[in-house]
Design a protein around this ligand. Sequence first.
Ligand SMILES: [Ca+2]
Length: 269
Amino acid sequence: MRGGRHGGQGVASAGSAQCCASSGGPLDTVDYSGTGLAYVEYGLDRATWTRYLGPFTYPQEGATTLYYRAKDNAGDQETTKSQGFQIDTRPPVIDLAVDKQDYTRTEPFVVNFTATDPAPGSGLARASADVDGLAVTNGQAVGLLWDALGVHTLTVAAEDVAGSKTVRSITFSVIATLDGLEAEVRRLAQLGEIKDPGTVTSLLAKIQAAQAAVASGCPDAAFHVLGALLNEIAATQRTWFGSRITPRAAGLLTSDVQFVQARTARTCR
Ligand SMILES: [Ca+2]
């Protein structure tokens, strides 16, 4: 920022750096005396002065005031000026966490993060979050019913007033379990994705049979019951039974039953 009053002496002006991320600042000078500029000096108080030789670094963060003045070769010294600055050298801090690593489809994933700008800083300007690129808000319960099995990512981005940015991510997984399958069938029935009450009853019976087999220490039986469950789901997609489970629900159940089956040991103890 070049400026200053017009008088018979050297005049210095400070570069504007409100809420700057950088801790340096220029001082421009104009000599109106015709004798030439002797020097410009600056200080953080009105007592200690440093000759200005070029861009310099501020020693402190937060709100600070720069004092500066010029002197020409005629010995005229400018009245001390000052410029307020808000110096911010640290980016925002993001804390984020997941309640647990693995979620079944019917369990809500709750977005949980904090974003702050370390004091004394310029303050937090904005923060945003997304799960796999879809915007979410802090505290939001994100439904996972139709998400793919596997790893998903919560990403949080924050920016302070000075323009410093921080991005952090954390991952969680959507998995399938026997108990989760039972809840999933019930949820899909509530949503009308499984339309036939008899099909709901039959699917639940097989899942419960598999649960009983696992509970009795015989996962081999569970493996075969899950195979029968897959056959039943596939059968609903043939023309004759096509209306009993929507194709997308059938695809979801198939992938989840296969997921559980693959993790069910085939050796009966
Ligand atoms: Ca900051």
